[in-house]
Design a binder for this molecule. Structure first.
Ligand code: ATR
Length: 275
């Protein structure tokens, strides 16, 4: 590493809620690196020009959050495989040549979180049920495939969105939203990727009675940390994985791409982000 000062930022609209500055600045300090990480609000119409200007000002790393993850693909000179599969980028790396490389680290975040929290749990050959069909579901499905899940059941309130996500995929079976409770009997990994259960949102209505006792339950919602879904899973004795780790782990490969250090997710960071 050259030891140069590295400027990075998360770009969103709105962006003030973002936990990313807390995470990356914690690591900059922990690993005694020279750099800064801010939150910058850019409206969609300003994205291309805004990023160009920030690069001219010396920024070399960006995270993208809502609503920029798809549009930012158009700014990249090169897009990594995972981002192409998911159809969105959450990280930009500005090379010394000025070329922009786009990455998507969300599926890594999902699987690395489960690996850290449940190290003995292996996804290979298992059947998963994914609730929701938005951007988060795409990333989760990519992670499930990377870990060789054999079958993916997918359900969404708006069935058309689930069908569009599953189009052409041999390993995904779309089931009716109303039939998810019944389907649980065959499920070994259950993931909520909807906003249901988040503070201020309606609850997720699901009856876990048919879910096998060893099935892992994961929620991408992390406010509250223990969603009603995770509480119920834990009460039944199912392994339950909270959503905060996906946020923390997705940040690691981005930080590594900019700073050359793959940082750890430790308890201090987790506590800080949850405060
Ligand atoms: P993200 O990128 O985080 O996945 P998104 O694309 O807005 O966000 O997707 C949100 C998901 O939560 C969708 O699957 C959405 O279902 P619809 O496609 O039917 O909108 C789901 N969701 C949000 N509110 C919901 C509700 N009240 N009931 C059921 N599903 C809901």
């Amino acid at each position: 590493m050259s030891g140069a000062f590295i400027k990075a930022a998360v770009i969103g609209h709105p962006v003030r809620h973002s936990k990313s500055p807390l995470i990356h600045n914690y690591w900059i300090e922990k690993y005694a690196l020279q750099g800064s990480y801010e939150a910058i609000d850019l409206a969609p119409v300003d994205l291309a020009f805004g990023i160009k200007r920030l690069i001219e000002e010396g920024y070399s790393g960006f995270n993208l959050t809502v609503p920029h993850k798809e549009a930012a693909m158009g700014l990249c000179n090169e897009i990594e495989e995972a981002a192409l599969r998911i159809g969105a980028v959450n990280t930009l790396v500005v090379e010394e040549t000025g070329r922009i490389r786009g990455l998507n680290t969300d599926s890594y975040g999902f699987t690395a979180n489960i690996a850290q929290k449940k190290p003995g749990f292996f996804m290979s050959g298992k059947t998963a049920l994914v609730l929701g069909a938005g951007g988060a579901a795409r990333a989760v499905i990519d992670g499930l495939r990377a870990h060789e899940v054999s079958r993916i059941l997918l359900t969404n309130r708006t069935r058309e969105k689930a069908l569009a996500l599953a189009a052409g995929a041999q390993d995904i079976e779309v089931i009716l939203w109303e039939e998810k409770d019944k389907a649980l009997a065959a499920v070994e990994i259950l993931i909520n990727t909807t906003s249901l259960g988040m503070s201020g949102q309606p609850p997720l209505t699901i009856d876990l009675k048919h879910l096998p006792a060893e099935a892992l339950v994961s929620d991408i919602v992390y406010a509250p940390l223990m969603t009603p879904l995770l509480q119920e899973a834990q009460m039944r004795g199912n392994p339950a994985v909270t959503g905060i780790g996906m946020l923390l782990h997705q940040a690691r490969p981005a930080f590594e791409a900019w700073f050359g250090v793959l940082p750890d997710v430790d308890e201090t960071l987790e506590r800080m982000v949850l405060r």
